[in-house]
Design a protein around this ligand. Sequence first.
Ligand code: HEC
Length: 161
Amino acid sequence: MSMKRSVLYKTLGMVLLTAGLSTISSCEKSNTKSAESMGTQSMSTAVAGENKSGEALSGEELYARDCQVCHSMRPPAKSAPPIVGLASRFRTVYGNKDDAVAAMVSFMKAPDAANTSLGPQAIRRFGLMPAMSMPDEELEKVAGWLWDQYDPNFVPGGGYR
Ligand code: HEC
């Protein structure tokens, strides 16, 4: 290998190494950032989230950010009842969106076994949901979105028609 070429390879190696390191450190930065924003969420001064264009997050985006980690859309369940099951249950219990949304919002702020709209077996199976420290506007939006996920083909208990 000529001198020139080995110098070239060494330089290239350094460049790649530096690029690799900076990728790692930017990953660490973004992890820190999400940990920080999760910390903010657990305080009472919750700030409404925005997407990349600076618009308020939609109900679906809020679900992806704050609920999906526990609630799958459909069975099988993760660590909480799936969304279609909840939509079906709230429809049965309340019959109208306004009352269902109000019940969901007050439950999400302060989950309490005495206030559940599900049967006692849900809390026995999954444990009590943790409180969501989100602004009221976001709680209302995500609850309204949840109500809209009602699927008439879903059979409570897990299956589909
Ligand atoms: C850390 C896991 C977790 C997260 C995150 C979570 N939930 Fe839950 N959720 C649960 C569990 C467990 C239950 C079932 C037990 C209960 O009702 O408390 C539940 C129950 C519910 C219920 C029924 C409440 C009732 O009347 O008993 C609603 C509505 C709900 N979740 C909506 C949401 C929404 C919307 C989000 C996101 C903003 C969310 N959850 C985030 C775990 C979670």
